[in-house]
Design a protein around this ligand. Structure first.
Ligand code: ZN
Length: 207
């Protein structure tokens, strides 16, 4: 559920759209006319995991709120006081019962509709495929090889695409849910590496 901030969290005065000079120029934001508090509305960090077992398979899970047949990565909110690495290790354990033994950052993507930023990790776990113990949040799961797994055009899908590519397998995209656009955003996939150093990607153009 999306909420709209209406009152100052500091003094409870109703917020107003007020224009103030910022680094980028005059910006209208919800601000408190009494104490000056600003509702920045910064994106919320969400952690995601491409969970890989010792057989080289990735864990895809179906959220209990999703329709049949729709599977995604393990995700969860980053909590106050933890690093992203600790957060995704915790989320994987809580949601699947699997213990992480190693992880690496895959990348970050925006999720504009939810005002979130996705931070995606490749997480190697201990245990056998049958060791999964799903939390009540998740209804079902499946293990897929890099050859079998299909991506979808959203941050979590691009993270999965990076993992499939790292396995040397061709990346295939499909709709996340029936009826959705199956095509990847050309700004996101394929990734455009910088010719002079393949560890870097080309910076996006700013207006
Ligand atoms: Zn206030």
């Amino acid at each position: 559920m999306q909420y709209e901030t209406k009152f100052c969290v500091n003094c409870a005065t109703p917020l107003q759209w007020i224009v103030t000079a910022e680094d980028s120029g005059d910006v209208s934001r919800l601000r408190c006319p009494a104490c000056g508090w600003t509702h920045w509305g910064n994106p919320t960090p969400v952690l995601a995991a491409v969970v890989e077992n010792d057989d080289g398979q990735v864990l895809l899970a179906r959220n209990a709120l999703w329709q049949e047949g729709v599977f995604g990565l393990i995700t969860g909110f980053m909590e106050a006081g933890e690093s992203p690495e600790a957060g995704i290790t915790r989320e994987v354990l809580e949601e699947t019962g699997l213990r992480a033994k190693a992880l690496r950052l895959i990348g970050c993507w925006e999720f504009l509709r939810m005002n979130q930023v996705l931070i995606a990790y490749h997480v190697r776990v201990h245990g056998k495929p049958g060791d999964v113990r799903l939390s009540p949040e998740l209804a079902d799961y499946q293990w897929k090889t890099a050859q079998q797994a299909q991506c979808w055009p959203a941050g979590t899908g691009y993270a999965l695409a990076e993992w499939i590519k790292s396995k040397g397998e061709p990346v295939r995209f499909g709709a996340f849910r029936p009826g959705q656009n199956p095509e990847p955003d050309p700004a996101k996939w394929p990734v455009r590496y910088w010719d002079e150093d393949g560890r870097f990607v080309v910076a996006p153009a700013l207006d």
